[in-house]
Design a protein around this ligand. Structure first.
Ligand SMILES: Nc1ncnc2c1ncn2[C@@H]1O[C@H](COP(=O)(O)OP(=O)(O)OP(=O)(O)O)[C@@H](O)[C@H]1O
Ligand SMILES: CC(=O)N[C@H]1[C@@H]2OC[C@@H](O2)[C@@H](O)[C@@H]1O[C@H](C)C(=O)O
Length: 367
């Protein structure tokens, strides 16, 4: 049975809430609906930054000490507003939506402690928007011993079905953190986080240039990467680990650039993300022939150029050039995952998160 699912994603970049509608049976994509975006206000973003700092000491998934309670309420409210605006603008009635997939905001990811925390109140959201809400997608996976991330691979596989690209094909999502899905035409999906995405660069741009990000990579284009710094950073043990593996947004936040001009700093961090993605190639069964780049990083032209240099002779294409809605893919994915969760289909596999057996997940809250 086809479902109309609305996906809501608030990623590690802390920029805002992506909204996307999708028609799917959880296996195939029947149609894409519209997508939308609700930016976090400066106040919300600084509350979320405080919540990330406070979450470092969280003992368990449902604890909400200090500012975390207030941050959770803000996340829920922002999502409710995002849905209200989206449905009004697109003249969609809440009765037309079967399920909402609500990722929430990750504030801590420590799978080795069986702990991954996404704040956002599923029940309060369901009551506010009058639609059933699926949430807590990652909990069952980490509880069973999986990494709890990445979860978009099943959706990347569904998207890739419509493509005619020479395999193996990799879809790489460059958000706050980067992750890949390796698809070789067999049933086996291989996936992992690869290292930084835009988060280090965003934090650097904010500190040095008082800008939220490096628009189209124009600033980094004026600088020169410090290859010795990148080679040193790539000696961190994470990069040599085989997939599956996952990261917390702030796992590399302690890395410090040496003294260099700001443009060289931006170039170095952009090249570090590209080099960390390329570092995964020897850890895959075969070298990929085609790469498709999604997430906000696909809008960074310097990032795309650096990826092409490091992945040649493989082809590198931005998802939007294939007609995919690069910025909406993760929101679509959580709509798709909600449909899968409703049907009890696996959300994660031993080869995507390291969970011992294919695992369904998500908790449903009804209005
Ligand atoms: N026009 C642009 N030019 C350069 N970079 C951009 C542009 N638009 C977005 N970005 C980058 O993409 C980031 C947002 O990416 P995205 O929305 O994919 O992240 P996310 O969903 O929060 O992260 P994650 O996938 O880690 O959950 C911004 O913070 C910025 O670094
Ligand atoms: C714990 C968590 O929220 N991880 C995010 C983060 O952002 C990118 C990368 O790290 C990925 O592993 C994941 O998000 C995507 C949507 C995923 O699960 O596939």
């Amino acid at each position: 049975m086809m479902l109309t699912a609305l996906g809501l994603m608030s990623g590690t970049s802390l920029d805002g809430v992506d909204v996307a509608l999708i028609e799917t049976d959880g296996r195939q994509i029947k149609a894409f609906g519209p997508s939308g975006y609700r930016r976090y206000t400066d106040g919300e973003r600084s509350l979320l930054r405080q919540a990330l700092m406070e979450a470092v000491h969280l003992p368990q998934r449902d604890a909400r000490p200090g500012v975390l309670r207030e941050a959770e309420q803000a996340v829920t409210r922002a999502h409710a507003e995002a849905v209200a605006t989206f449905t009004a603008q697109n003249r969609i009635s809440c009765q037309d939506i079967d399920i909402v997939g609500f990722h929430g905001q990750t504030v801590l990811h420590r799978p080795e402690r069986k702990l991954t925390v996404q704040i956002g109140d599923g029940l309060a959201l369901a009551k506010a928007i009058h639609i059933p809400v699926m949430h807590d997608f990652r909990a069952a996976d980490v509880e069973a011993g999986g990494q709890g991330a990445p979860f978009v691979p099943v959706y990347h596989r569904a998207l890739a079905q419509s493509l005619n690209r020479e395999g193996p094909l990799v879809v790489v999502n460059i958000g706050g953190v980067s992750n890949i899905t390796y698809i070789d035409g067999t049933d086996t999906l291989i996936a992992c986080d690869t290292g930084p995405g835009n988060a280090l660069l965003d934090d650097f741009m904010y500190r040095e240039m008082h800008q939220p990000f490096d628009t189209e990579g124009r600033f980094a284009a004026q600088g020169k990467p410090d290859e010795a710094w990148i080679a040193q950073a790539l000696t961190l043990p994470f990069f040599a680990l085989p997939p599956p593996k996952s990261l917390d947004r702030n796992d590399f936040a302690q890395l410090r650039l040496g003294a260099m001009a700001p443009a060289d700093g931006a170039a170095t961090l952009t090249a570090f993300t590209a080099a960390a993605i390329a570092r995964v190639v020897p850890l895959l069964p075969k070298p990929p022939k085609s790469w498709i780049v999604s997430g906000g990083g696909a809008s960074n032209l310097t990032m795309l150029r650096m990826l092409r240099e490091r992945l040649a002779p493989a082809t590198v294409e931005a998802a939007q050039t294939l007609g995919w809605a690069a910025d909406a893919i993760e929101a679509q994915a959580f709509g798709f995952l909600a449909a899968r969760g409703l049907k009890g289909l696996p959300l994660s596999y031993p080869t995507t998160t390291g969970v011992p057996i294919p695992m369904t997940g998500g908790i449903i809250a009804r209005p």
